[in-house]
Design a protein around this ligand. Sequence first.
Ligand code: BES
Ligand code: ZN
Ligand code: ZN
Length: 496
Amino acid sequence: MQITLETKPFATLETDALVSYVFEDADPVQGRIAEVDQLTGGLLRKLAGSGELTGKPLEMTLVHAPRGLKAARLLLVGAGKQEKFDAAVLRRIAGAALRYIKSRSVKQFAFVLRENEPVEAATQAVAEGALAANFESDKYKTDKKDAKSLDSIALTGFSDQDRVAAEKGLARGRVIADAQNFARDLVNEPSNILTPRVLGEKAAAMAKEAGLYVDILDEKRIADLKMGALLSVAQGSVEPPRMMVLTYTPANPKTGAPVIGLIGKAVTFDTGGISIKPSDGMEKMKYDMAGGATMLGVMRALAALKPNVKVICVVPSTENMPGGHAQKPGDIQTAMSGKTIEVLNTDAEGRLILADGIYYAKQLGATHLIDAATLTGAIVVALSNINVGVFGSDQPFTDKLLASAKAAGEKMWQMPIDDDYREFIKGTVADIQNIGSGKGGGAITGAMFIKEFTGDSPWIHLDIAGTAWNDDAKPWLAKGPTGVALRTLIHLVMSY
Ligand code: BES
Ligand code: ZN
Ligand code: ZN
């Protein structure tokens, strides 16, 4: 889908649909919308007066053949209260407008930014929202005759003077949304197609194209490096594991500067292993590699955005299967760090593979660690599918991430990891155990386990089990993978 920039007066635009947004509080017919009202002979005033146009969040008001405009349709999207309006709201408006228009088989529309918008940030938000909204999970449908698609969007509502800013925002928005959709494509792939080997090949191909350094460790090198925690999960499957390393190095690296380590869980299918999961809903466990996909997407975007900081991405990948060689509850494993682990539940496998991923990232020189993982069902109980669970060992670093989440429009909520929780993972016969002995607090237990491998490096853990997959379509996003955390992490890295 093409996105163009247009500075002609919107009244003269020949488009299939002219789209803008109205606010809920005060009079919805003001500013640029008042101009539209005048051109249409007071149509919007009438709609507002009759209560049809209110500006309530994501309300859709569609007018066909509006008189006084060259556009075939006029769509006004509710923007909610003005005081709550920000780039995150604008992103959703653009996404919801796109999906609404696309579902009506319209091929093209023009999106009018309202007066007083900061042009660069606004064009970025609209591009991100629209391109993410345009993503559909229909790759494996052979009959696409009913599939709808859009050809192009024109972005308008800014002056010629602001064209450079608009171009910048559009370019950055496209890089980020393309990376997000790249990650979502990976998550959608079923486990019979996307094995750890295939994920490794895809990561290598992406890295080469993007110009990133890449090293895909196979099962032999993983064994040579004594990554016993990753191997313990992989041993139950006939598919060999992979440890992927992608590195971005800035043009002028500063000595002593932080090196960011991004570690993503990529279990291409989680049956639970011998502690097998119930069959109901198990098909969803193909998305247990979403953390890894997010990190690969982040690296893809960083290669284009060129931040001023070095970033090392490590993605441990395996299946979790109950094969004849599978590890069994009670088995004791030695992680790469040398710590011994009692595996009391083979379904708590994400923390095992992250243990070696994090330790390896540190060995490669990462000073600041961030992991993303579909780690626990418990985070879904705590935060539902609305907020990402954030766990951090260093408050200034965590605050920086939370600020980036806010700026990127991704909801994240900090959870506690006080020392008192350490009791939960103390082992009986080994150093630590992979499930908690305490009551509840399952998501925290998972975080405490991972923390054991971070040493004294500042570290953040993102539990995305509840937020990486939309069970139902949203007005601005299709059902399925969301690519959550990617925008936040890109924003965070770019802020260095
Ligand atoms: N991949 C799951 C977590 C998960 C659950 C992701 C639901 C997405 C949706 C993880 O490997 C797992 O099975 N965790 C266990 C941990 C437990 C055994 C301590 C869980 O949450 O039940
Ligand atoms: Zn599991
Ligand atoms: Zn899992």
